[in-house]
Design a protein around this ligand. Structure first.
Ligand code: OSB
Ligand code: MG
Length: 365
């Protein structure tokens, strides 16, 4: 398709409650939306970079800069979705920025052709089971209230953020109060291999997995830890491509993988990771980055692929935002519906979008 230009739009959306992890506390989602305008259709992509380089090296201002100065000019006026990654391949890193641009082009292309993203990716389900990621709290009581509320809403799996000083105690408390609910933890790199004996104290709680206990580069450390604890090790931050997924699996660094399309450069690479994992018998699940309805729609499509056998961090709009920028995703018996209309299947609501926009920039092609 011929592209006439790309719009970069910054939005600021307050979260319904602060979200605390081992790398910081988010109170608002400052996100970047990418809109590509083509001759036959336009398309949207949400960049999952956060405002600071705390989860990964990427951050919103950096994504805007690299898109404006390098990625959009390199696209040229005519491109297909499968051509975006090759056109940007000589630029290192910045996968979240690449993913946002590729998703927008893919959305425009699929809309023009009347094809839904889920079908394009190979989805086999029309709804997906949903979990919820629960931040670090000031007290166990506060945590139990939050978890109880989410279970009442129907979430099928609970993920607790952990860090040294907030790990065994919250897990034990949730197990004691809520019995055999599907439960997992996410450390966002907060531990070292030398913490193996401490982390083995989580073994009796029969967690589904422990996500990214060690530094993102410490693949061999994860392999060693996986031999020392019973809880299955899942990688998030370390998995940046299908190649890194294959290496981590071969080295025994993980037995489960969290796929986040932004982290790996887009939905096409996410599907390749899915395929690698299915070939190795490694379960995958769809992670989240506090997306708005735009990113959520595409994540839900991905989560409907056959290898996504664990509930994802694909929560309802209300878990994040009082007012989402799309028609809200609502939970139905613990599931979200997979969009069925062309492209990612949703568009921003103009009034809400205008209200949360903090700046826009038009890049002609
Ligand atoms: O590590 O999975 C993570 C949110 C922001 C950055 C990193 C992570 C998360 C979450 C929330 O855990 C997932 C979600 O509900 O979007
Ligand atoms: Mg994680």
């Amino acid at each position: 398709m011929k592209l006439t230009g790309v719009e970069l739009r910054r939005i600021s959306l307050p979260l319904v409650s602060p979200f605390r992890t081992s790398f910081g506390t988010e109170t608002t989602r400052d996100a970047l939306l990418v809109r590509v305008v083509g001759t036959e259709a336009e398309g949207w992509g949400e960049c999952v970079a956060m405002s600071g380089p705390l989860y990964s090296s990427e951050y919103v201002d950096g994504a805007i800069d690299v898109l404006r100065r390098f990625f959009v000019p390199a696209l040229g006026g005519s491109v297909s979705a499968v051509g975006v990654a090759p056109a940007l391949a000589r630029f290192h890193g910045h996968r979240m920025a690449k993913a946002a641009l590729e998703t927008a082009v893919l959305d425009a292309e699929l809309r023009a052709e009347g094809r839904p993203l889920a079908r394009e990716l190979g989805a086999v389900h029309d709804r997906v089971p949903c979990g919820v990621s629960v931040g670090i709290m000031d007290s166990i009581g506060e945590l139990l209230d939050a978890v109880g509320g989410y279970l009442d809403e129907g979430y099928l799996r609970i993920k607790l953020k952990i860090q040294p000083g907030w790990d065994v105690e919250p897990v034990a408390a949730v197990r004691e109060r809520f019995g055999d609910v599907l439960l997992q933890v996410d450390a966002n790199t907060a531990y070292a291999v030398s913490d193996a004996r401490h982390l083995a104290r989580l073994d009796p709680f029969e967690l589904l997995l422990i996500e990214q206990p060690l530094d993102e580069e410490d693949i061999l450390g994860h392999a060693e830890l996986a031999r020392l604890i019973k809880t299955p090790v899942c990688l998030d931050e370390s998995i940046t491509s299908a190649r890194s997924a294959a290496a981590a699996i071969s080295l025994g660094a993980c037995s489960i993988i969290n796929v986040k399309p932004g982290r790996v450069g887009g939905y096409l690479e996410s599907r390749r990771i899915h395929d690698v994992c299915v070939a190795h018998g490694i379960p995958v699940w769809c992670g989240g980055m506090l997306e708005t309805g735009l990113g959520r729609a595409a994540n839900v499509a991905l989560a409907a692929l056959p290898g996504f056998t664990l509930p994802g961090d694909t929560s309802a709009s209300s878990r994040y935002y009082r007012t989402d920028i799309t028609t809200p995703f609502t939970l139905d018996a613990g599931h979200l519906p997979v969009p069925t209309t062309p492209g990612i299947g949703v568009v921003p609501l103009p009034d809400v979008l205008a209200e949360v926009t903090t700046s826009t920039e038009w890049l002609p092609l």
